[in-house]
Ligand binder design. Sequence first.
Ligand code: ZN
Length: 523
Amino acid sequence: MRASKIYLHTLKEVSSEIEKTSEKLLIRGSMMRKVGGSYAYLPLGNRVIEKINKIAKKVFDEAGIQEFTMLSPASEEIYTQLVKKDLKSYKQLPFGFYQVQTGCRNLENKKGSIHFSIATFDKDLEGLNQHFEDLHTIYTEIFEKCGLPTVQVKDIHNAEEILSGKFVGFSDEGKEEIALCKECGYKATRKRARSIVDLPKQDAGMFPLEEVYTPNVKTIEELNQFLDVAEERLMKCLLLKGEDQFVAAFIRGDRDLNLTKLEDGLNLEPMTLTFAEAEDVERITGAKTGFAGPIGIKDVTIVVDDEVVQMKNAIAGGNKTDYHIKNVNYERDFKADYILDIKTIKEGDKCPNCNGHISIERANHLGEIKKLKTDYSQKIGATFIDAFGKEQPVFMGKYTLDITKVLSGIADAHHDESGIIWPMRVAPFHTIVTIVNAKKEEQVLLGEKIYKTLLDADIEVLLDDRNERAGAKFKDADLLGIPVSITVGKRAAEGIVEFKLRDQEEKQEITYDEAIGNVVDLF
Ligand SMILES: [Zn+2]
C-alpha cells in the first residue's frame, strides 16, 4: 500500500486524559482513537487485530475447536440451548467451538472489546479437565506467537480443584492485582490469594481482660491514636448481612477484609454478603456502631481470620458504647464458628507454598478459562445418552480471549520512546520503504522498484511516497513500528539504500538488491 493513499494520521502528542502508555502509542501511531467513551481501531490498528485473530483462529482450528457465528450475544444459556438441539449421544462428544465478537460483552463493560468466546462440551469431568488443560496450551501458544509475555494465574477457591484461571500480562499500568511469590512461582489474583500466618512468638502470658473507656472512638485509626498502640495489636470486627444470617468477621486492625475469600470460605454465592445497617449492628452488639467485639456477641456466625487466632492480648470492641476491651485472647475469651483466611493479601505476606515473600504486581487481564461443569446443561436440559443408555447432562467449559487487550499488551511489551516496535507476525506491514524526497525522480523510481519487487515476493510493504519532509517521514516510520525499514535517499542513483531494523540502532548502507534479499531472508 501507499502511504499517500491510506488513512494515516500520526500525532505528536495525545490529550492528557490518555494515561496508559499502550493507548498513547496506539493513538499516536494512527492505529486507534478514543471516541464516544470507547475505542475505534483505525485501518492500521485493524491490520494488527486481523493478524492476531488469524494467529488465534489457526491455533483453535488446529485443536479442533471450530469457528461459528451467532447473532445473539454469547451467553452460557444460549450456548447450552444451541447444543441441546443436536446433542444426542456420547459419540458426538467431545467438541468445542468459538466465535469472534465485537462490541460490548455485557452492560458493565461499556468500553467494548473484540474477543473470542469459546465453549467446550464433554461427556464427563475427565474430558472437561482435559479441555481445560488444552485451552491453557492453546492460549499460551497464541500469546507466544504474538510475542506477548504472559502468565497464567489460577483462581484458587476453597475447593481443592482449580475451577478457573486467568491469563495476564504483567504491566505497571495494569488494572489487575496479582500476588506473586518469586521464590516458588505461586501466583493468584489478589482477590483470592492466600498467605500463611507466621507471627513472631510472643513470650508474654495472657493478661486479664480490662475494660477501657474510649468515648466516641469508633474507627481503627481513632483507636490507634487514642490508645497509641500499633494497628497490629487491634482487632477489627466487621458485621455483615447474608441472606439468612449475620456474620461477624474478625481481622487484625491493619488488615482489609477480603469479601470474596469470606464468601468462598462460607460456601456462599458471590456478592451475597453486604455490610450490616447501623440498626442491626446496635441490636447485635447492644452498642452504637464502632464498638463491636468478639466477647458476648450473639446470634451471628463468627468468622475469625487465622491471624487473629495467634494475636495475644489484643484490643477489641467491648460491645458496649464508648468501651473497648484490652487483653483479648482467642480461645480463652471467645471462639469462632469458622477460622478462615479472610484477609486481603499484602506486600510482604508469606507465600502459602514456600513461606517466601509475596509481592503485589500489576497486570492486564487477557483472557480467562472456566469450568462450568453441568451448571447450565442441567438447568436447560442439554443431555446425551451415555454408553450405558443413561441420560447425562453435558459437561461444559467457557473461555474468553480478549484480542483488544492482547493488542495493547503487545504495544506495552514492545516499544521505545519513539513508538511501537511490532513483532513481525503481528506488524501492520513487514517493511516500510521510504522515499526521502518524492520530488527526486531517481529516488521515486528506485523506491517504486523495491516496492513492486517486495510485493511480488508476497511481502507486506508500505511505500511512503508522500510529499512530506524527510524528518516527518522518519518519525512516522518509528511511530508505525514496522519491523524493517528501507530508506531510498541521496544515493539512489548508485542503487544504494539504507537498511534498518526497527528494534536495532544500526543502519546499513547497501545495494537495493541486498536490501530486498535481507527482507526476503527474514521469512
Ligand atoms: Zn512461594
